[in-house]
Design a protein around this ligand. Structure first.
Ligand SMILES: C[S@@+](CC[C@H](N)C(=O)[O-])C[C@H]1O[C@@H](n2cnc3c(N)ncnc32)[C@H](O)[C@@H]1O
Length: 284
């Protein structure tokens, strides 16, 4: 193995150890461009020099900076609009009828990036304010990236970001224009919370289980085994009569037996309740 090949492997291993993300050969070409800012900042020009810096005990947060730079944080408001439209149309009314006694819905967006997915959900509720009056809506977004979560918490987006996925009416209804950018309004913001966390490890965020869990465009960067771990974690976080929502084109079929597709609704999946142990079946 050439020096830089070995160094690339060290960087790939670092990313995988901290996030579960697998840098396939086809994604490795991105490494140098993704790390260009870090190279510049530290006055270096290649991954070999970066690996030397990482080995220095005083490198501090450099390893986390490298991981952050390699994560793909691509997201925008109401991503996969046809799927999102099924929420107010079908999924939320169904959940509402199941929770009408407690009048509470809790939702987790795992791998929420800079928050657009979470705020899009909250906008759906804000746009039907009368329908949800008297309900507690609790939406938590988590991401392994500290930087993404800081942006999500700020609720502040550039003109470019705010235009991606939102029409002018929605933009003006849910954001205030400020000298620093477009700021999410309080009626939307009060439904959401954000926390940094790796969906593969540690405690689940908030109060589990959730009525709806979104994990969109995250699992595709895991290898098969890690994806299995992720599905196990997600199945432990969804109510038996709740839903898992994946990204457009993502599925559980052939990936896990912990979820099954819902009839006629692409991207929404139901958890499979494990059968009761034989001894309990007799008394159930
Ligand atoms: C492509 S973005 C998708 C964002 C959003 N869900 C969407 O579909 O628009 C993937 C996000 O998953 C996050 N991520 C990757 N591995 C993760 C892990 N193990 N735990 C939590 N978040 C993770 C990344 O930091 C990134 O922000």
């Amino acid at each position: 193995m050439e020096a830089s090949e070995a160094s690339h492997q060290i960087i790939a291993d670092l990313l995988e150890a901290r996030t579960g993300q697998h840098l396939t050969e086809s994604r490795r070409w991105r490494v140098n461009s993704a790390l260009a800012g870090i190279f510049r900042q530290h006055g270096i020009s290649n991954v070999d020099q970066l690996v030397c810096l990482l080995a220095d005990p005083v490198s501090g947060d450099l390893a986390q900076e490298v991981v952050e730079a390699l994560l793909n944080n691509e997201t925008y408001f109401f991503r996969d609009k046809p799927t999102f439209d099924q929420l107010p149309g079908e999924i939320l009314p169904e959940l509402a009828s199941r929770r009408k006694d407690v009048r509470r819905l809790s939702i987790w967006s795992a791998g929420c990036s800079t928050g657009q997915e979470v705020y899009s959900l909250a906008m759906l509720f804000a746009e039907q304010a009368e329908r949800w009056q008297g309900w507690t809506i609790d939406i938590i977004g988590t991401d392994v990236s500290h930087r993404a979560i800081a942006t999500a918490r700020s609720g502040l987006y550039s003109q470019f970001e705010v235009q991606r996925g939102l029409g002018v009416t929605q933009m003006l209804r849910h954001f205030d224009e400020t000298p620093r950018g477009w700021l999410v309004r309080d009626d939307v913001r009060r439904m959401v919370r954000f926390a940094q966390g790796n969906l593969l490890t540690g405690q689940h965020p908030g109060r589990i289980p959730f009525d709806l869990v979104l994990c969109r465009n995250v699992l595709l960067y895991f290898d098969r085994q890690v994806r299995g771990t992720a599905f196990a974690r997600l199945s432990g976080a969804v109510m038996p009569d709740g839903f898992l929502m994946l990204g457009a084109g993502e599925t559980v079929v052939g990936q896990t037996d912990r979820f099954v597709p819902t009839s006629r609704r692409a991207s929404f999946f139901e958890p499979v309740t494990p059968p009761l142990p034989a001894a309990l079946q007799k008394i159930a």
